[in-house]
Write a protein that binds this ligand. Structure first.
Ligand code: HEC
Length: 154
């Protein structure tokens, strides 16, 4: 073996032991899943903050688990307005980027004849992002992966 080869082998062993060490000392990932595409943009802490925001400001219309409060969210109400849709991945909130979701939360539905109130002055930016994290946490990995394919957060 030339000295050059010896150095390479030694380097490889060092790399391998480094990897093993990393594997043993890294903290467990928050989301356990086989599908890397479903690793989420938000933290557990954001979901916790979002849960409180949602319970106080959104659950009355969108349901306490974002499941909606009407049997068919596609069915217009008697006055022609749309009811609050579920946000748990069963309606179409997952067709929107976080930027669009933020806009809906900030401005409400007035711009398009809707009934959702505006939260621009009610919630701060951290709370708005956290509340998105809260209802997205109900999205299945499949829905989340489709959302990511459509562009995800941006
Ligand atoms: C007074 C009832 C009401 C409250 C309170 C309310 N919403 Fe809504 N929301 C609606 C309605 C109704 C719609 C459908 C659009 C419209 O008519 O304005 C809607 C639509 C939405 C959408 C768009 C969903 C989609 O599929 O495109 C999002 C996101 C949303 N709401 C989030 C929230 C969040 C987050 C809160 C709390 C901060 C909240 N809403 C509070 C009634 C409400």
């Amino acid at each position: 073996m030339t000295s050059f080869q010896r150095i390479r082998v030694k380097g490889l062993l060092l790399t391998l032991s480094g990897l093993l060490l990393t594997a043993c000392t890294e903290p467990e990932p928050v989301l356990q899943t086989d599908n890397p595409a479903s690793a989420r943009w938000y933290s557990d802490a954001q979901v916790t903050i979002g849960a409180a925001v949602f319970a106080e400001h959104c659950a009355v219309c969108h349901g306490s688990s974002a499941e909606g409060t009407v049997s068919d969210w596609r069915q217009r109400l008697d006055d022609g307005a749309f009811p609050p849709p579920p946000l748990n991945g069963s309606a179409h909130a997952w067709h929107h980027s976080n930027a669009v979701l933020l806009q809906v939360i900030e401005n409400g539905g007035a711009a398009f004849g809707g009934k959702m109130p505006a939260f621009a002055e009610v919630l701060d930016h951290t709370e708005k992002l956290a509340v998105i994290a809260y209802f997205q946490n109900y999205w299945s990995d499949e829905i989340y992966a489709q959302w990511m394919q459509m562009g995800g957060p941006d």
